[in-house]
Design a protein around this ligand. Structure first.
Ligand SMILES: [Zn+2]
Length: 323
């Protein structure tokens, strides 16, 4: 085949390819899809009706979207807590399609109930906890990394046991308070049966509201390589232990407008196009304690994602974990 023949052959091939690709509306990346995980961080602070109502309303309006709950056992360790009432309130916003994972903030009541001596710092907000101001409870801003691995295992085990006793699944997934999980925390989690962590996040999403606090630089140092398109990866912990990391790459609604969540989605659409047909994960979400204020952000983000996906034939699926 001479050069001219080769050239015309190539043109013909390209035309045939073009015809094939326009004869069907299936995009080139149709073998993979965007899997959107909606996570909920339960802070262990309070269960106020207005927040629970807004979650129930969301569930009615988006009945097919499962939630990845990171539940906190500290609701049950507060002074005067009513376990059956607390459990009923929490269950009132859960659906069978949901995943029941674990969230831990180092509340004093939780730490002490776990048989561990409470530590007042370091804090991811500012100064260490001043015990003179610790009335009902405190310590939710103390970094989990303040505790030793054996202390963490006690707090994790107590949390898992408590939630299971109150009728929840024994959690297999986890997110750290303030996204602050280092290898020590991950080792303690794996030792207590946790197989998936979702504490990694893109620290720049936190800059606007946390830029003047410890949280922003600490998250940046803990997760320096995480971007809005970071995908699940395995963290090897010991010679025979590992944990799957699902980056919370779209962060949470308190720090993300609906437009920002949609932009994070679009970045992952670009990844899907070059990702050889593999699924791409986007992890977004909100906090139970601020649901009434910030769930509208999530609604807006999801509505934009769904509309764009439909118009542009982007396959999407709402899921709870990359299993
Ligand atoms: Zn939290």
């Amino acid at each position: 085949m001479n050069i001219r023949a080769l050239f015309s052959f190539s043109i013909a091939s390209l035309l045939a390819l073009a015809a094939a690709s326009t004869s069907t509306s299936t995009p080139a990346y149709s073998q993979g899809k965007i899997r959107v995980v909606v996570s909920v961080d339960w802070e262990g602070d309070d269960l106020i009706e207005s927040n629970l109502v807004s979650i129930r309303d969301f569930r009615q309006d988006y009945p097919t979207i499962p939630m990845q709950h990171f539940l906190n056992a500290a609701y049950f360790t507060k002074a005067g807590a009513n376990p059956s009432q607390t459990s009923a309130l929490m269950h009132s916003v859960l659906l069978p399609i949901d995943e029941e994972g674990l969230h831990i903030h180092a509340w004093r009541s939780l730490v002490q109930a776990s048989g561990v001596t409470f530590r007042t710092g370091p804090s991811f907000v500012a100064e260490a906890v001043d015990l003179r101001n610790c009335l009902a409870d405190c310590g939710n801003d103390v970094m989990l990394t303040a505790y030793s691995e054996s202390e963490l295992r006690k707090i994790i085990k107590f949390s898992l046991d408590t939630l299971e006793k109150q009728g929840f699944d024994r959690a297999r997934s986890f997110r750290a308070g303030g996204w602050i999980a280092n290898r020590k925390v991950l080792r303690a989690l794996a030792a207590e049966g946790i197989t998936l962590d979702s504490s990694a996040t893109y620290s720049e999403y936190l800059k606007e509201q946390w830029g003047n606090y410890n949280l922003y630089p600490i998250v940046g140092r803990l997760w320096p390589s995480i971007q809005p398109t970071s995908q699940p990866f395995v963290v090897a912990l010991t010679s025979d232990t590992s944990i799957l990391e699902l980056p919370n790459n779209g962060n949470l609604a308190d720090y993300m407008t609906g437009d920002q969540m949609f932009k994070a989605f679009l970045k992952n659409v670009e990844l899907l196009k070059v990702n050889s047909g593999r699924d791409v994960y986007l992890s977004i979400g909100f906090h139970q304690e601020t649901a009434a204020t910030y769930l509208p952000h999530l609604r807006s983000g999801i509505d934009q994602i769904r509309a764009y996906a439909e118009q542009n034939l982007i396959p999407i699926e709402f899921v709870v974990a990359p299993l």
